[in-house]
Unconditional design. Structure first.
Length: 382
């Protein structure tokens, strides 16, 4: 199978390449893309003998061309879109972080490529556009652990049999912390996730549970479930990734070690399964579940409501969060201002229907401007 890996220098991308490296006779990498980590991308290109590459912008492209004079280098969203639809590719892995990921998502789908989707923003900001772009029903294979679990559970169950689907959340590093102290959280503390090893933005989003709100929106689009039939449970062990509650009262669950290699393998090898196994010790194993406390995770509820609102609201929530997380990591705002800022910016937004990608991009740009204004005002007044 010939594979394009977009976001190859990030957490998901590097792990995808590890799996490909472990099965050299099964996979061939035909294109790679990264943001600004030009040196690592050049190393990956040399190892996998890849000449079709893409990076963030012209500066990175020039730097990469000097390192790899024979490479065909693109840049920006157009470069990602071009690689995603390469004629020789069988599978495109979209592990790009951020709203820019919607460009290669739509490009791969329109070109009829099977898409292993780890870029959650594609479905969050443009779910209706993305689902409408599919050429066949199972063209999108989710890489998120929760949606990969649901994908497996739904493979043996008809939609009409499902009363409710559940995705789980570890609760992040502040699950048990005194809520009154959350304003003093440091970036280092927020980046210390108790279960998963991920990139900076998604790790902070897991602390605010914005990431889980995005996953609710994704589940709504991917599996066609009404909002009221999608639930979230706190599950500190991160062993049960998703559950289906059936109409007869029985519950199906997918359990696995909290290791992203499992959903990555599932996406790469679908419909087969690759080894070696990553074992889960079933004994002794204790599992805990509880409802999501509203006061501890205000951003979660705000972003879910944006998803229900639809139109451009999810794109505004995503863009605001992206800027606010960046500002928090740069110590320009406190941790609690992420939730405050998202709510403030959404309250000022008047959602409009999504008539195309331009509508989403305009809402995204507006939200980013408003988010930086919020950061600047927050710094002056607080």
């Amino acid at each position: 199978m010939r594979v394009v890996v977009l976001g190859s220098t990030g957490s998901i991308g590097t792990q995808a390449l590890e799996e490909i490296r472990s099965h050299p006779h099964r996979f061939e990498v035909v294109a790679l893309a990264a943001g600004k980590n030009v040196e690592l991308l050049a190393q990956q290109a040399q190892e996998f003998k890849v000449i079709d590459l893409a990076v963030a912008g012209p500066e990175e492209a020039l730097k990469l061309t000097k390192l790899l004079p024979k490479a065909r280098v693109r840049y920006g969203p157009e470069g990602l879109a071009e690689l995603a639809a390469l004629p020789e590719a069988d599978l495109t892995v979209n592990a790009v972080v951020g709203a820019i990921g919607i460009f290669p998502t739509l490009s791969a789908l329109h070109a009829g490529k099977r898409l292993a989707l780890a870029n959650k923003e594609s479905l969050v900001i443009g779910g209706e556009l993305v689902m409408a772009a599919r050429c066949f029903p199972d063209q999108i294979i989710p890489v998120d652990s929760e949606h990969a679990a649901l994908w497996q559970l739904f493979s043996g169950v008809g939609r009409q049999e499902v009363e409710r689907l559940w995705i789980t959340a570890s609760g992040g590093p502040f699950r048990d912390r005194d809520i009154a102290t959350l304003s003093t959280v440091t970036p280092k503390e927020a980046l210390s996730h108790p279960t998963w090893k991920m990139g900076p933005r998604i790790t902070v989003d897991s602390a605010t549970l914005v990431n889980k709100a995005f996953e609710v929106i994704e589940a709504h689009h991917l599996f066609g479930m009404p909002w009221e039939r999608i639930g979230v449970l706190l599950h500190p062990e991160s062993v049960v990734h998703a559950l289906l509650e059936l109409r007869d009262g029985s519950v199906l669950a997918q359990l696995a070690t909290p290791d992203m290699r499992i959903p990555i393998r599932a996406a790469l090898s679908h419909p087969e399964r690759l080894g070696p196994p990553i074992p889960l010790r079933l004994a002794p194993l204790t599992l805990h579940f509880q409802e999501l406390p509203r006061a501890r995770y205000p951003a979660f509820w705000t972003v879910v409501e944006a998803g229900k609102e639809g139109g451009t609201a999810p794109a505004v929530a995503n863009a605001a969060d992206e800027v606010l997380v960046q500002a928090f990591l740069a110590e320009k705002i406190p941790f609690t201002a992420i939730a405050e800022g998202i709510a403030h910016i959404l309250s000022a937004h008047k959602p409009s229907p999504v008539n195309g990608l331009d509508t989403i991009l305009q809402a995204d740009a507006w939200a980013r401007q408003e988010a930086w204004k919020f950061v600047a005002r927050y710094g002056r007044c607080c």
